[in-house]
Design a protein around this ligand. Structure first.
Ligand code: KG4
Ligand code: ZN
Length: 365
């Protein structure tokens, strides 16, 4: 099919997503989240997430088909996230996708979740309420046609990566990544230390606006010369991040205020923490872009919702002459449309299906 009708299934973490695309046109993006069930534990509990996927899958599928006005018989192919992610959670989506593929005889595509975060940027701009493409909805990558020198900065609760994308169907190169916690995970852990609840990203983002980011200077991980090296002789972690030391520094800072019997300046700490995270993410990402000839950068993942990250990435990209592309928020966080979008790209590039023999791979590179 020239414009294949593809159903995409996502279940790698706490979002059960089913999305449908026709070629590069987004038809529906239906997401059900089990986040509320994890709140009291202060983090995603894999067992609960898996059960929630099982509960939510069929209703989410039905709603997505209904909204798109298509039947399962009309679908040309099924795409499913096969990794990376939580093993049990992935298994629910993969089992469901295999069952659908076997029952309907449709081809099945196993999708890398991280590449799908980039693939979503290839969808056409969505028409806004007035029928015109709404300004925020276009990632601006151009339907199906990648800018020649494209990079992607993916920042979420599970990943923090800078990628170089030569071809979305076969050639994605990891330039740098976190060596410990993901950025979103750091937000969540620090929010817990500050007593702000879970998920911590939005809470810190909001509180940080009332604080002074310069009041405390928290460490920027892996920025010492032994890790950075030089442009000619790159150090071992030039484009990598580390956030676990930062989390410890925040904990120690809180303890010091408490030991002195002083009020903990929560807003200042939140602001200073956020500045440290956002500063080191953007500075290293832009360095990687500059040194690898990347001229277009796509920002994705749940932390792409962060106001300071969006602001500073925008400013630094402008100074560096890099064109920044930010998909709308509902397509930045985990969803099925991104899986369908990448599936459609694979089909249009002539890539064959995966068959039904593959297993989910929680640590897929
Ligand atoms: O992409 P996502 O929905 O799921 C994963 O694949 O992890 O990202 C969720 C993460 C959580 O850690 C959450 O705290 C963080 O994104 N997050 C934010 C903001 N909104 C969500 N972090 C910082 N600022 C935000 N405004
Ligand atoms: Zn994700």
């Amino acid at each position: 099919a020239q414009q294949p009708l593809v159903l995409g299934i996502e279940s790698s973490c706490d979002e059960t997503g089913v999305g449908i695309v026709r070629g590069t046109t987004l038809l529906t993006n239906t997401v059900s989240s089990s986040m509320e069930e994890h709140v009291r534990f202060g983090g995603v509990i894999p067992e609960i997430a898996s059960r929630a996927h099982l509960d939510a899958f069929v209703p989410t599928l039905q709603e997505s088909l209904h909204e798109a006005g298509v039947t399962l018989e009309e679908i040309d192919a099924i795409a499913v996230t096969s990794g990376p992610g939580l093993a049990g959670a992935l298994m629910v989506g993969v089992c469901a996708a295999k069952a659908l593929a076997v029952a309907t005889g449709k081809p099945l595509y196993a999708i890398n979740h991280l590449v799908a975060h980039v693939g979503v940027g290839l969808l056409d701009p969505r028409p806004g309420q007035d029928g015109k493409p709404d300004a925020g909805a276009a990632a601006g990558l151009g339907a199906g046609q990648l800018p020649e020198n494209l990079g992607a900065l993916l920042v979420s609760g599970g990943h923090t990566e800078i990628l170089r994308i030569r071809s979305i169907t076969e050639d994605v190169e990891l330039l740098g990544s976190t060596i410990d916690d993901a950025a979103g995970e750091a937000y969540d852990k620090v929010a817990r230390i500050l007593g702000l609840g879970y998920p911590g990203g939005p809470a810190i983002d909001k509180l940080a606006r009332q604080g002074n980011p310069k009041s405390i200077r928290f460490p920027r991980g892996l920025t010492q010369p032994k890790y950075m090296g030089t442009a000619e002789e790159k150090g071992p972690h030039r484009y990598d991040w580390s956030f676990s030391g930062l989390k410890t520094a925040v904990a120690r800072c809180v303890e010091q205020f408490e030991a002195r019997g002083e009020d903990v300046p929560v807003a200042d700490i939140a602001a200073a923490f956020q500045e440290a995270v956002v500063d080191v993410i953007t500075s290293k990402a832009i360095l990687a872009c500059k040194e690898n000839g990347i001229t277009d950068l796509l920002l994705g993942g749940g932390v792409a919702a962060n106001s300071r990250l969006r602001e500073l990435t925008g400013q630094r990209c402008t100074s560096a002459g890099i064109k920044l592309h930010v998909p709308p928020l509902d397509l930045c966080t985990d969803n099925g449309a991104m899986v369908a979008a990448l599936g459609a790209q694979l089909i249009m590039a002539g890539v064959g299906p995966s068959g039904v023999e593959f297993a989910p791979d929680s640590s897929m590179p």
